[in-house]
Design a protein around this ligand. Sequence first.
Ligand SMILES: Cc1ncc(COP(=O)(O)O)c(C=O)c1O
Length: 353
Amino acid sequence: MLYPQLDTPCVLIDEAILEANIRGFQAHCDEHGLRVRPHIKTHKLPWVAHKQLDAGASGITCQKVGEAEVFAAAGFDDILISYNIIGAAKLARLLALAGQVRSLAVVADSEAVLQGLSATFADSGRTLDVLVECDTGAGRCGVQSPQQAAQLAELVARLPGLRLRGLMTYPAAYSEAVVQQWFSRAAALCEQQGLALEVFSSGGTPSMWHAHEAPIVNEYRIGTYVYQDRSQVAAGACQQADCALTVMTTVVSVPVPGRVIVDAGSKALTSDLLGQDGYGQVVGYPQARVTGLSEEHGVLDFSGCSQAPVVGERLQIIPNHACPVSNLFDEVHFCRDGVLSRTETVQARGKVC
Ligand SMILES: Cc1ncc(COP(=O)(O)O)c(C=O)c1O
């Protein structure tokens, strides 16, 4: 039986694959003069982020103030929060955070967000670094044109308590040429106003190996690469052998030949499809399909396989999307060379604020 000392469902991460993923992308960025600022949303674990910094990362990215608080308490002192911070409660926590770390930056894409940040930091004796978030095509947050980016940059430079650092985008996959053109235009407009931009921050795992193809970008925020997952295999960012994280599960029923029920449902694998057929890839059974999930049951179709597992057998499933899986477990387990090596509490899970 696989890892009999672990109860299922649980998360198992291969340390050697994890380390190879970290080293591989860091080497790529070192070769191209790009700083790596890993997004901790994928692992939510200070222990993994330490490995990323040891490999050469310049700092970390968090999405939530609550995540940044966990990492600041764990000693991380260079943090970018890549999210608009709004409301008195979060702004007060942001100010407290600024007193704990060497370097804190946030993003903003509207005057309303900037006014809140400025009112909080203006008379605090501290200055907050700000990157203007740009929507270069992904259709989420961000100003909509280089002209708007330059206007907002000018406002950052003018507002008390804030320091303009640069531009940030979370781009559509494989849009390096668009990012290059967009950022260059915005930078030129800023320069005409006498505004200097130091940081041009982009990111994303799907097109990670093309990160250098937007040469204006000097910082890359990357999350999923550390574990990889089924959707990244489909996107061409990695091979299945690069997937470090699996959900280990036990077969609880085989009610009819070919239908295998496991104890990993949506509470373990998440319901994310991300364009995939089924909810994950069963390791060792390329023809098996994860056809349905309820909270505590995963329904697997083994009808296309020459062999099917029996009740009590354990399987490993590569999830479609590794990041939300981390958020579902109190702890994750690590192995090396087939031996259980450590268990870590997922310290920054559930930090929705
Ligand atoms: C703002 C931001 N930057 C970077 C990332 C990292 O993306 P990926 O996991 O594709 O590397 C994310 C992911 O959601 C993000 O939202």
